[in-house]
Write a protein that binds this ligand. Structure first.
Ligand code: ARG
Length: 469
């Protein structure tokens, strides 16, 4: 099949690097090597990088202005073809970089070959992926902010809605639903600051590191960096083409954040059970059962709970690819993209789904309040009152409270239903002022310590975050 011309070179050899190759790759070689099926998602970034590179080459007198203009026109047309869905991707051309350059040659002829002066696919792909990951950072930042905003709105509406707070998933002390939601605002706030922090670190431009050692052409890396919105060029050419830590950081952040969201999703699943009945989700966010007509299943929340598996899997996969790789570029690193794209798609879907569910969530205040009061939830408040009002040591107060809980349990009533006589039989110094701390509302209102669940505190937290969104 190979039809060799007189110079011994295979006419099927790769047009981009086929000079010293006598035959074309085996079909399996092509199958394992090809990345165009997924790295076509870098097309816009690749073209942006090439436009900036050609611009710089012309300014530095490395290519003519005529060639630059032809290259720009060709690249513009290619981007339109790709975005319009009428670009023919070729697996023989391996990846997005060579597909774009190949098409440029069709469109503008030999000038296309000058674009790759003072550049390699190694710094090219490193630049493209950085641009892509930077955009993923910005998308995540906006989505996290939107979710925080949605949580703040719900929290403001429910700053006084009491519910049980849990430890060990056992009712512990009453809190407000607003306070509970604000815990997630804090988590997401940290996720967002991790994103911003990592964006700063990644925002250096590898373009011009060339294959690994830099180039002898008088390029201006500061100019290309600036044109592409980077803070400046990377400082070491070897590092520039060989690290993917900026992807790993993104995957770590997405993993941590998706983990946070999975905990919220799990709480929605628990709260939705008829046994809890703390919240309702509309038909928009639930599914029915094909056999049990009464069912309303929180499938979206369950999937949000499950999806971190993919994202964490991607992080572990890429860490495994990168560990032990010698400097500088190795083809192993092509494995970064599918993991990155899948993780980003998943993370963005999950963020959007959680925002939708939180906006849709209807708390059932009566169920929450009833559960908040059950199980002597204000026992700690009673003990604290004994310490404050009677100057009892906390250990003694704990003991007295235990005896009062036993009295209430025997009578099958709540602490607030015990008569003063019964209380005074246990501790004669108790006065009727004690009833002021016994209801769940009173309990919650009394937790005024900084960061505590008192509604006024929760409203202050909401205002603090509103000013920071
Ligand atoms: N498709 C390659 C990748 O994603 C581009 C870089 C190829 N470089 C090379 N020297 N073969 O890593």
């Amino acid at each position: 099949m190979s039809g060799k011309p007189a110079n011994g070179q295979d006419k099927n050899a790769n047009a981009m690097w086929g000079g010293r190759f006598a035959s074309s790759p085996s079909a399996l070689m092509e199958a394992i090597n090809v990345s165009i099926g997924f790295d076509r998602r870098l097309a816009a970034q690749d073209i942006r990088g090439s436009v900036a590179h050609a611009d710089m080459l012309a300014k530095q007198g490395i290519i003519s202005e005529e060639d630059r203009d032809a290259i720009h026109d060709g690249l513009k047309r290619i981007l339109e073809e790709i975005e319009g869905g009428h670009f023919t991707f070729s697996t023989a051309l391996e990846d997005i970089h060579m597909n774009v350059e190949g098409r440029l040659r069709d469109l503008i002829g030999p000038a296309a070959g000058r674009l790759h002066t003072a550049r390699s696919r190694n710094d090219q792909v490193a630049t493209d992926v950085r641009l892509w990951v930077r955009e993923a950072h910005d998308r995540a930042d906006a989505q996290i902010t939107n979710l925080m905003d949605t949580l703040l709105t719900q929290a403001a509406a429910h700053a006084e809605t009491v519910m049980p707070g849990f430890t060990h998933l056992q009712s512990a002390q009453p809190v407000t639903f607003g306070h509970h939601l604000m815990a997630y605002v804090e988590m997401l706030g940290r996720d967002r600051s991790r994103i911003r922090d990592s964006r700063k670190r990644l925002n250096e431009c590898p373009l011009g590191a060339a294959a690994l050692a830099g180039t002898s052409f008088p390029i201006d890396r500061h100019a290309t960096a600036e044109a592409l919105g980077f803070d400046g060029p990377t400082r070491n050419s070897l590092d520039s083409v060989s690290d993917r830590d900026f992807i790993l950081e993104y995957l770590s952040i997405a993993s941590i954040s998706a983990m946070h969201l999975s905990r919220l999703a799990e709480e929605i699943v628990i709260w939705m059970t008829p046994q809890f009945g703390f919240v309702r989700l509309s038909d928009q966010w639930t599914t029915g059962s094909s056999i049990m007509p009464q069912k309303k299943n929180p499938d979206a929340a369950e999937l949000v709970r499950a999806k971190p598996g993919r994202i964490i899997g991607s992080l572990v996969a890429l860490l495994t690819v990168m560990k032990g790789l010698p400097l500088t570029y190795s083809k192993d690193m092509q494995e970064d993209k599918e993991r990155l794209f899948d993780a980003a798609d998943t993370y963005e879907l999950v963020l959007a789904a959680v925002s939708g569910m939180i906006a849709d969530l209807k708390p059932v205040s009566e169920r929450m309040a009833a559960a908040a009061g059950a199980g002597f939830a204000t026992a700690t408040d009673l003990a604290d009152w004994l310490v404050r009002a009677l100057e009892m040591p906390f250990r003694d107060a704990h003991h007295v409270t235990g005896r009062l809980v036993a009295e209430a349990e025997q009578r099958g009533c709540g602490l607030e239903d015990l008569s003063l006589d019964v209380m005074q039989a246990v501790e004669p110094r108790i006065t009727d002022a004690v009833y002021g701390v016994l209801g769940v509302e009173n309990s919650v209102r009394s937790r005024m310590s900084f960061g505590g669940t008192a509604p006024d505190n929760v409203r202050a937290q909401i205002a603090w975050w509103r000013a920071r969104l």
